[in-house]
Design a binder for this molecule. Structure first.
Ligand code: 4AD
Length: 430
C-alpha cells in the first residue's frame, strides 16, 4: 500500500516532505512552471512543479499529464495565501500512475450525458459531497437506533408476497417458481419483534412503479423500524426524534460539508420536534383552499404534497387516513374504525413524503378478515398470520425512504442525485 497524505491534512504538515496521490483536477503550464490541482477523496490542493526543481522524468510526466490522470507527487507543503486552499505543494518528484484519455465530461453537460457517464461523474465535487453526506446519514441513523436500543436486522430481499400491493413488484424466476424482489421488509421485521422487541433494517427496497417523478426510484434504500408495545403515538414520536437527531448531528458536525453543497446548517439546526400534524381531512381542506379540488378517498399525490409542504420549514405529519385507502396490515382506530392508526411524514419546502407508518393489526381473526377483504390469499401470508397465534402483542413501525430524506436535507432537485447509481424506469445502467 502506498503511504500518502490526504490533502485535508496539509495544514498539519507545513514545511514537511510528503507524498500525495490523487487525480488531476486542473492543469496550467507556462514556461518552466506547471500548476496542477490535485483531487483526492478529502479535497483539492495546488501543486507547483518547477522544471529546475525536479528531475527530467518528473518534468516529462507533468507535461504529459491530462485532466483525470492518476498521479503521485512528492514535495514540501508550503503555506501560500495565493493558493486556493491556502496551502501548496512544492513538488520534488511527479509521476503518472496512468494518463487519462480526454475526459468525456466538460463544463455545461446535459443531464442525460451526466447520467450516461455516471461512473465518471461521481468524481465531481457535487457528487463527492453528496456521497459523503449519504455516508454520514447512514451512520447517524444507525447511531440513533443504537442509542434507542434497537437491533439492526437483515431481512431477505427475495420474497413470495408483498406488503404494499403486488402490482408494483419486480418478479423473478426463483428456480422455476415465481418470486419477487422485496418492496418492504416490514412483515419480516414484525416476525423479528417477538425475538428482539425493537428492530430496524437499512436495506434496498424495489418498486416497479411506472412513476417518472422527481422522487421515485425503482431501487431505493429503505430504513424500516418496528417496536413492541408501541402505539401509533409512540411511533410518531420515534420518527420525530429520529429526524430531529440526524438534522442536529448534521448541523453540529457537518456544517462545512453542508456549506460546500449550498445548504445552510442553520436550516437543519431549526428542525426540532414536535412536528405539526394535519389529519387527512385537514389536508384535503388545505388543498381545496389552495386550488386543488379533492374528493374524500382521493389520494394525496406528489404535486399535492408539494403544495401541502411548500411553506413549511419543518416536516409535518398527515395522519388519520381512511382505513379503506391503506394497506391490509394497518390497524383501525378502535374508537373510530373508519380511520387507520397511521401517518405519513412529509418533508418541508415542497419535498413531500419521506415516511409511511402505522400501528399493525395484531389480532389473528382481524388479520384474516383483512386479508380476505383485500383479496389476498391466506396461504401467502401463513407465517405472518402465525405471528398473531403465538403470543401476539400490539406493535407499530415505519418505513423511511433514505434518498427522499437526503433529497430534502440537501435540497436536491431530483432523487437520482441522492444515490450513486440510480435505477429508474428508463435507466438501469451504468
Ligand atoms: O409508504 P411506503 O410504501 O410504506 C411501506 O413500505 C411500509 N411497509 C413501511 C413500514 O411501515 N415499515 O414506503 C415507505 C417509504 C415512503 O414514505 C418513501 O419515503 C419511500 O419509502 N419510498 C420510495 N422512495 C424512493 N422511491 C420510491 N419509488 C419509493 N417508494 C416508497
Amino acid at each position: 500500500m502506498l503511504q500518502f497524505l490526504h490533502v485535508d491534512r496539509a495544514k498539519d504538515n507545513v514545511n514537511k516532505q510528503v507524498t500525495l496521490a490523487g487525480w488531476v483536477h486542473r492543469k496550467r503550464q507556462s514556461g518552466g512552471v506547471a500548476f496542477i490541482i490535485i483531487r483526492d477523496s478529502s479535497g483539492t490542493m495546488q501543486i507547483a512543479v518547477k522544471k529546475d526543481k525536479v528531475d527530467e522524468a518528473s518534468w516529462k510526466a507533468v507535461t504529459e499529464t491530462t485532466i483525470e490522470s492518476s498521479i503521485v507527487v512528492d514535495g514540501t507543503v508550503k503555506e501560500d495565501k495565493r493558493a486556493p486552499t491556502g496551502f501548496e505543494l512544492e513538488a520534488t518528484k511527479f509521476s503518472n500512475t496512468s494518463i487519462s484519455e480526454p475526459f468525456p465530461i466538460t463544463e455545461f453537460q446535459s443531464t442525460e450525458l451526466l447520467l450516461d457517464k455516471r461512473h465518471l461523474w461521481l468524481r465531481s465535487q457535487k457528487m463527492t459531497g453528496i456521497l459523503k453526506a449519504r455516508s454520514f446519514l447512514f451512520k447517524y441513523l444507525r447511531d440513533f437506533f443504537a442509542e434507542r436500543r434497537f437491533w439492526e436486522v437483515t431481512p431477505p430481499v427475495i420474497t413470495r408476497a408483498g406488503g404494499e400491493g403486488g402490482a408494483d413488484m419486480f418478479g423473478i424466476d426463483f428456480f422455476g417458481t415465481k418470486a419477487y424482489l422485496t418492496q418492504s421488509s416490514q412483515l419480516y421485521l414484525e416476525a423479528l419483534v417477538p425475538a428482539l422487541e425493537q428492530v430496524y433494517d437499512l436495506v434496498p427496497s424495489f418498486r416497479a412503479e411506472k412513476s417518472r417523478t422527481l422522487k421515485h426510484l425503482a431501487e431505493y434504500w429503505h430504513l424500516e423500524a418496528e417496536a413492541a408495545y408501541y402505539s401509533q403515538e409512540d411511533n410518531m414520536k420515534l420518527q420525530e426524534d429520529m429526524v430531529e437527531y440526524v438534522c442536529q448531528r448534521f448541523a453540529k458536525e457537518q456544517a462545512p460539508l453542508l456549506g460546500s453543497l449550498g445548504v445552510d446548517a442553520k436550516q437543519l439546526a431549526a428542525v426540532t420536534a414536535p412536528f405539526k400534524r394535519l389529519t387527512y381531512e385537514d389536508a384535503l381542506k388545505y388543498l381545496g383552499e389552495n386550488g386543488v379540488k379533492k374528493e374524500w378517498l382521493d389520494d394525496i399525490g406528489a404535486e399535492d404534497e408539494r403544495i401541502l409542504t411548500e411553506k413549511e420549514s419543518k416536516p409535518i405529519f398527515v395522519y388519520k387516513w381512511p382505513l379503506k385507502m391503506k394497506a391490509f396490515y394497518m390497524r383501525a382506530d378502535p374508537g373510530n374504525p373508519e380511520f387507520a392508526l397511521n401517518s405519513d411524514m412529509e418533508a418541508p419546502h415542497g419535498h413531500g413524503e419521506i415516511i409511511g407508518s402505522s400501528e399493525r393489526v395484531y389480532d389473528y381473526n382481524e388479520l384474516l378478515d383483512r386479508l380476505k377483504a383485500y383479496g389476498l390469499a391466506e396461504k401467502d401470508y401463513y407465517w405472518y398470520a402465525d405471528l398473531r397465534r403465538y403470543g401476539t402483542i400490539p406493535h407499530s413501525g415505519f418505513g423511511l425512504g433514505v434518498e427522499r430524506l437526503l433529497k430534502w436535507m440537501l435540497n436536491l432537485d431530483h432523487i437520482r442525485d441522492a444515490i450513486p447509481f440510480p435505477r429508474m424506469m428508463n435507466r438501469s445502467e451504468p
